[in-house]
Design a protein around this ligand. Structure first.
Ligand SMILES: [Zn+2]
Length: 249
């Protein structure tokens, strides 16, 4: 059934995990039927799998996100093998990407990123990408590798990079901070309806200043997307649901 989808969040965070049953119940009442929770390291990857096992509306994505300099080589290989071994339980490889803000491990980051892109193609899964101060590098690498199924979440790159991503067939998700972020509003206006998703990035990016973010609030993204595109919320929901089926099924 067509439902709202929170395509990116972190249910393993204490603030959500400690009251998970309520968080899920609240999301269901808001009409959210799919939540993709993303791991970023060995610990959160296992939590992501466990949560998805327990709650049918939660789907799991596994990945390794920077900083990665502290990983020993054999630990990295072990985690990549773990992700591969769970390919039947996951919907995507994510969250992955590069973060060059104050980074001293750029080369390692690139190697880890490229390995995970290769792994995702191998096991036929989409990738969920986040990048900070490395947006151009990330897009260039994926272009070179001819990455097939890509979702760029919380994309902060400039207009020309958004245009390049669209040309390459990538998808973009609009986080709930779209209610006040001009950059995210600009992103929502540029991305065509057959490439758009909505996300909370909970517990971050809350649309409400006084409240921590949670998957139920993804509806705020849908409202804003509908407003920007000049369509109804139902139409936005239909488009995004079709995009989910195209990219993740
Ligand atoms: Zn995230």
């Amino acid at each position: 059934m067509v439902c709202f989808i929170d395509v990116h969040c972190h249910l393993d965070f204490d603030s959500l995990y400690s009251s998970l049953d309520n968080v899920i119940m609240e999301a269901k009442s808001a009409g959210v039927g799919i939540i993709l929770t993303n791991g970023i390291d060995a610990r959160t990857n296992r939590l992501s799998l466990g949560i998805a096992e327990k709650h049918s509306i939660v789907k799991s994505a596994l990945g390794i996100y920077p900083p990665v300099g502290h990983f020993a080589e054999n630990e990295l290989i072990k985690e990549l093998d773990f992700i591969r071994s769970k390919r039947k339980n996951i919907f995507a490889v994510g969250e992955i990407g590069m973060d060059f803000k104050n980074a001293h491990d750029k080369k390692v980051q690139e190697n880890v990123f490229v390995s995970q892109l290769g792994l995702a193609e191998d096991i036929g899964k989409p990738v969920v990408i986040h990048s900070r101060e490395a947006e151009k590098e990330v897009i260039d690498i994926m272009e070179k590798m001819k990455q097939g199924k890509v979702l760029l979440h919380c994309f902060h790159g400039r207009k020309s990079l958004i245009g390049k991503g669209i040309k390459l067939g990538f998808y973009f998700s609009i986080s709930t901070n779209v209610v006040r972020s001009e950059h995210t509003q600009m992103l929502a206006s540029l991305v065509p309806l057959n490439r758009i998703f909505a996300e909370t990035d909970a517990p971050f990016m809350s649309p409400f200043k006084e409240k921590g973010n949670r998957p139920a609030f993804v509806v705020e993204s849908y409202k804003k997307i509908a407003e920007i595109k000049g369509i109804t919320i139902e139409e936005a929901r239909n488009h995004i649901y079709m995009n989910w089926q195209r990219l993740f099924q």
